[in-house]
Design a protein around this ligand. Structure first.
Ligand SMILES: Nc1nc2c(ncn2[C@@H]2O[C@H](COP(=O)(O)OP(=O)(O)OP(=O)(O)O)[C@@H](O)[C@H]2O)c(=O)[nH]1
Length: 192
């Protein structure tokens, strides 16, 4: 799984929240190049090992990260809901993805920093509508509160597990439906 998106949208924090349940406020150390962490999640009784690659969002590291796209099975593409520019750049990220990644890669669009509602610059509907246009699932998240962080990785793990081991005759896992059903659950999306 690769985390992609502009510098500062919260990729490293998103990964650390998932891996360690931690968030360090006020610190921003830009990722240099690329780094990875592993986490095992249980999906319907099967252990799925996610190897999660945290990429540098800064332009100058792009050639390094491009080399990793083709081995990725899933891409979490993040923007920052308080940064219109990070949202406007999503189309360029999707163009890069289509150029460098595998055709059947699982893509999910995430509007991060949803806890900072007072500085919101991108409407939820605009994120949802862009995701619909590209046929990818979408959620707003917060690496700070943990909102939807685990759900994003679990949905990816379920999709990847289904691709790897699901017998043909069983109904196909639908990532869009799964996210929608989980988000409707009480307490699922409450900000901490
Ligand atoms: N309020 C809030 N702040 C966040 C959130 N996620 C990240 N931040 C802050 O945003 C800044 C950038 O976060 P990083 O995770 O380092 O960003 P990045 O996308 O990994 O940046 P690069 O490594 O340069 O690509 C830090 O100051 C974080 O504390 C979030 O969900 N909510």
């Amino acid at each position: 799984v690769m985390l992609l998106g502009d510098s500062g949208v919260g990729k490293t924090c998103f990964l650390l929240q998932f891996k360690d349940g931690a968030f360090l406020s006020g610190m921003f150390i830009a990722t240099v190049g690329i780094d990875f962490r592993n986490k095992v999640v249980a999906v319907d009784g099967v252990k799925v090992k996610l190897q999660i690659w945290d990429t540098a969002g800064q332009e100058r590291f792009r050639s390094v990260t491009h080399a990793y796209y083709r081995d990725a099975q899933a891409l979490l593409l993040l923007y920052d809901i308080t940064s219109k520019m990070s949202f406007d750049n999503i189309r360029a990220w999707l163009t890069e993805i289509h150029e460098y990644a595998q055709k059947d890669v699982v893509i999910m669009l995430l509007g991060n920093k949803a806890d900072v509602s007072s500085e919101r610059a991108v409407r939820t509907e605009d994120g949802a509508s862009l995701a619909r246009e590209y046929g990818v699932p979408f959620m707003e998240t917060s690496a700070k509160t943990g909102m939807n962080v685990e759900l994003a990785f679990l949905a990816i793990a379920k999709e990847l597990k289904q691709r790897a081991v699901q017998p043909q005759d069983e109904p196909r896992f639908q990532i869009h439906d799964y996210i929608e059903s989980q988000q409707k659950k009480p307490n699922c999306c409450a900000l901490a």
